[in-house]
Design a protein around this ligand. Structure first.
Ligand SMILES: NC(=O)c1ccc[n+]([C@@H]2O[C@H](COP(=O)([O-])OP(=O)(O)OC[C@H]3O[C@@H](n4cnc5c(N)ncnc54)[C@H](OP(=O)(O)O)[C@@H]3O)[C@@H](O)[C@H]2O)c1
Length: 326
């Protein structure tokens, strides 16, 4: 069984590892709903009860999948979902955190998730057209109405986090953070410590790259995220394989797998950190869950932090980088 960790200071407690559900419906190969549902059920058995989804995943079908999987099990899990994009004809068309849009999105999420409350509601991306004070105002009304329990932001910058937290305490920031993506360390992580806000690192396995099992971008089909991932293109792929071999070396030394090293590194970065590795397979889930039992020595951690080769390529293409609030 996994330990619990606190996210923020408002009473939100979750399993020390969560389960990212996005890939069950998009981005990383063909969906397999039966295996995905079995994975969610196995996660609950293993004590991985912090489940991450969003309106935009699919869109909609990922929340529906969770809703179906959680019939009779709702009280055993903590559900995190997100709003914040316009969805037109099934496609994401820019950000939208207008108050009326937030309310509509949350009503939709509640229906699809077949629940009357969302444990953790994130704004998925900051909307430069709507002051964050107004966004958090609406989100906190949803708490008062009993539809939401705790609030989060995703890929928000320091100024936004500070302003948001003044209106209503933010329990968690969900942003990309992993051995190879360290952009939060300079400004954001110190701020999270100062304000006691938890960190939920997404893509903790570098979208699978850090496990050493990925192929170059060109080997994936057109609508697979990895096909356009700058880090998996041609020379970048070759360059980044050096990182993988480095992680593999530490894994061998610890009689573990690279995925476990990537997750253990995050777990050892602090008590307020809860990674949400994504998978649609029970075998990977079981492997990833064992990372909670792996303790890396300070020498291993230092090696990973200081000697890891520099990552080649941005984590998103230009369009998606533009949504990051920094
Ligand atoms: N807030 C945001 O903007 C944002 C952005 C991206 C993701 N997220 C959330 O964060 C979650 C995690 O991120 P992610 O899923 O994108 O990336 P990730 O967790 O870094 O990697 C997921 C990929 O790794 C593979 N994988 C998982 N465990 C493995 C193992 N032990 N060995 C080999 N491969 C393994 C998965 O394969 P299979 O698919 O074959 O199982 C999947 O392709 C998502 O599910 C989503 O909920 C949030």
């Amino acid at each position: 069984m996994l330990n619990k960790r606190k996210l923020g200071n408002q009473g939100l407690e979750v399993s020390e590892l969560g389960l990212g559900c996005m890939g069950m419906s998009q981005s990383y190969g063909a969906p397999n709903d039966a295996e995905s549902i079995a994975t969610i059920h196995r996660a609950i058995e293993l004590g991985v009860t912090f489940l991450d989804t969003a309106e935009i995943y699919g869109p909609y079908i990922n929340e529906e999948l969770l809703g179906r999987s959680l019939q009779g099990k709702r009280s055993k899990v903590v559900i995190a979902t997100k709003f914040g994009f316009n969805i037109v004809n099934g496609k994401m068309q820019g950000v939208n955190s207008q108050p009326q849009h937030i309310r509509q999105a949350v009503e939709g999420s509640l229906k699809r998730l077949k629940t009357d409350y969302i444990d953790l509601l994130y704004q998925h991306r900051v909307d430069p057209k709507v002051p964050i004070e107004e966004v958090i105002g609406v989100m906190s009304e949803l708490i008062r109405e009993g539809k939401v329990r705790f609030l989060g932001l995703s890929e928000a910058g320091a100024d936004t986090i500070r302003r948001a937290h003044r209106i209503h305490p933010i329990s968690a920031l969900q942003s990309e953070y992993s051995i190879w993506e360290r952009n939060l360390e300079l400004n954001i992580i110190p701020l999270l410590h100062e304000l006691t806000i938890g960190l939920v690192p997404f893509c903790p396995l570098g979208r699978g790259f850090l496990t050493g099992k990925l192929k170059p971008a060109a080997d994936y089909i057109v609508n697979d995220f990895r096909r356009g991932d700058p880090r998996m293109q041609g020379e970048n792929f070759e360059e980044n394989m050096k990182i993988v071999s480095f992680v593999e070396r530490i894994a061998k030394k610890n009689r573990s797998t690279s995925a476990q090293v990537a997750l253990a590194w995050l777990l050892q970065k602090g008590d307020g950190i809860v990674p949400i590795p994504g998978t649609k397979k029970r075998s990977y889930l079981e492997e990833n869950t064992l990372s909670a039992k792996l303790t890396l020595s300070s020498a291993d951690i230092q090696e990973l932090e200081n000697a890891l080769p520099k990552v080649a390529g941005n984590r998103y293409n230009e369009q998606h980088m533009a949504y990051i609030d920094r």
